[in-house]
Design a protein around this ligand. Sequence first.
Ligand SMILES: NC(=O)c1ccc[n+]([C@@H]2O[C@H](COP(=O)([O-])OP(=O)(O)OC[C@H]3O[C@@H](n4cnc5c(N)ncnc54)[C@H](O)[C@@H]3O)[C@@H](O)[C@H]2O)c1
Length: 325
Amino acid sequence: MKILVTGGAGYIGSVAVERLIAQGESVVVFDNLSQGHREAVHPGAELIVGDLADRSAIDAALSSARPDAVMHFAANLLVGESMQKPFKYLGDNVRNGLNLLQSMVEHGVKRFILSSTANLFDQPERIPIAESERIVPGSPYGESKYILERMLAWLEQTCGLRYAALRYFNAAGATEERGEDHDPELHLIPRVLQVALGQLDKITIFGDDYDTPDGTCVRDYIHVSDLADAHILALGVLDDRSCTYNLGNGRGYSVKQVVETARRITGHSIPADMAARRPGDPAELVASSDAIRRDLGWKPQFGSLEQIIESAWNWHRAHPAGYGG
Ligand SMILES: NC(=O)c1ccc[n+]([C@@H]2O[C@H](COP(=O)([O-])OP(=O)(O)OC[C@H]3O[C@@H](n4cnc5c(N)ncnc54)[C@H](O)[C@@H]3O)[C@@H](O)[C@H]2O)c1
């Protein structure tokens, strides 16, 4: 198959490209490099530098690549920023996705995979969170993904598009060659490892009075390779049907557990300050991955927090300046 991967120079997209190429697929990356890194793109993939806001650039990429499927990772993805700049999300994320989808339909490309998010579940009634859970987006970012999910259902009905919407919980970890290098870096695991590398003095834990075993927020961390493999499995079912899955390990770890595990793995004391809760952080977000395990046979290879942090630590130690090094 030939797959066009938007955002394939970014964190998760670049690992998906690596896995696709390892499976013998042919890959074209479409990325504006606003957050991504040229160095993150597997040398076996073709890189087209272009912006999803530019319909003609997408048309040109689809005309020349003629892909069988599109994996759409490219997006603005900061929950907090989306509360400050809603139009960057409700506007750009939605418009860019729509540009891509319209161009795909016009070019006869009928398979699509969307990076969706756990931010659809701001007020879960049951943990672990199943696909049947009530959707309450927690921010304009989450809403932008939900709007795209709903558009996909209409495009299936009206244009015969087949889609997989994969709602990731917290992506983490690294492969030997590709890891997390965001600017700014707001995710917990890379920030904790920046402290261990001496690049940050300490980390801040926001809130220790949640209704969780140790009072800090509980999240579900899924290794980026396991996430990438779920995309490849989802691609395999699109000839038969569309699908929507929640995607996490199904186990929650508190912020304190992440910090303690990183201390053990790095041998660094990793000082941590306590601060007040941040608005909009739910106490616990853990996915039920029962459906994707049952239907697609997905099984995480990196199920433990130790494995996830260890892989990230290996990458950050080898690339202390990220891709910039
Ligand atoms: N990282 C997570 O934990 C997480 C969790 C849930 C969902 N997601 C979703 O997964 C996807 C990938 O996340 P990531 O962490 O790899 O992000 P990332 O920022 O590392 O990668 C996104 C890539 O998209 C590119 N891009 C952004 N806007 C573009 C545009 N207009 N045109 C072309 N390219 C553009 C960037 O340059 C970057 O390479 C996003 O859609 C995000 O919403 C991520």
